[in-house]
Ligand binder design. Structure first.
Ligand code: PAF
Length: 283
């Protein structure tokens, strides 16, 4: 496995792989690997011939009040794991390389970035789409892998790739959960034991919502109230939103039909956690 921070080098490696007829898969990450990441990498290793994993804590997707400087970083450990999983290249650029002095070109997808996460994390998606567009241009992958845990990010990246004609297929990978149903996140490193216990309520609440809908309750207002109740029972008091949106346009919905994304964001201490489920209703 090759580890490089050079854009020129990665372009050459990918060009050589493509010249050999290989399909290139990209797994964009911010590092601090957990099983969610290794799952994406395994999927890439299965379906692509040449796998590039980028590790870059992207400053432009953090608000000034967020945890950019604190965000967990362990490139050495990540690179070792990537090598064990059969990754061909780990791309680890510096912030100066990705955003040289005077950088002023951004990619912003309108509307679907103004709701849900975008409502609280104002310029977050502009940072995500800018870095993902840059990675697509640098690596020119045939396929790119994103987790469903960040469902809005997945929808935004899909829309960007389609609308800006990036010749890349976006592959969605299921959320990886621990034995208590908690969706794995690098930010769990910030949680105390008692906060981690409370976090179990997130998936429990989503499951309760889905159970209620399956039992025939079709009023999402009622389902939302039940989800809040369950969160409360687990000691989760600060809820940013519980939302029902069409997958994957993210149009808000009031009752079941098609694929519905049920998503929520909560705060445990200073840590913000998100999770979701997608329910499929026959039209
Ligand atoms: O999901 C993430 O880790 C990041 O948002 C991504 C896609 C790597 C862009 O920085």
């Amino acid at each position: 496995m090759i580890k490089t921070g050079s854009i020129k080098k990665i372009r050459q490696l990918v060009a050589d792989a493509k010249a050999d007829g290989k399909k290139v898969g990209l797994v964009p990450t911010m590092g601090a690997f957990h099983e969610g990441h290794t799952n994406l990498i395994k999927k890439a290793a299965k379906s692509a011939d040449f796998v590039v994993v980028s590790i870059f804590v992207n400053p432009t997707q953090f608000l000034p009040s967020e945890d950019y400087h604190l965000y967990p970083r362990d490139v050495k450990k990540d690179a070792k794991q990537a090598a064990e999983l059969g990754v061909d290249v780990v791309f680890v650029p510096t912030a100066e390389k990705m955003y040289p002095k005077g950088f002023s070109s951004f990619v912003k997808i309108e509307e679907i970035t103004d709701i849900l996460e975008g409502e609280v994390r104002l310029s977050h998606f502009k940072g995500v789409t800018t870095i993902v567009a840059k990675l697509f241009n640098i690596v020119q992958p045939d396929t790119a892998y994103f987790g469903q845990k960040d469902a809005q990010q997945l929808a935004v990246v899909r829309k960007m790739a389609a609308e800006l004609n990036f010749p890349v297929k976006i592959i969605a990978c299921p959320t990886v959960r621990d034995e208590h149903g908690i969706a794995l996140s690098s930010r769990h490193q910030y949680l105390s034991e008692s906060q981690l216990k409370k976090a179990r309520g997130i998936h429990a609440a989503l499951q309760e919502g889905s159970k209620l809908i399956k039992s025939g309750i079709l009023d999402f207002g009622q389902v939302r109230r039940r989800i809040y109740d369950v969160l409360n029972t687990y000691g989760i008091k600060r809820v940013d939103y519980v939302s029902f949106n069409q997958w994957d346009s993210l149009e808000p919905v009031r009752k079941p039909g098609g694929k519905v994304l049920i998503s929520l964001a909560v705060r445990l201490g200073t840590t913000r956690l998100i999770d979701n489920i997608i329910m499929n209703f026959k039209q």
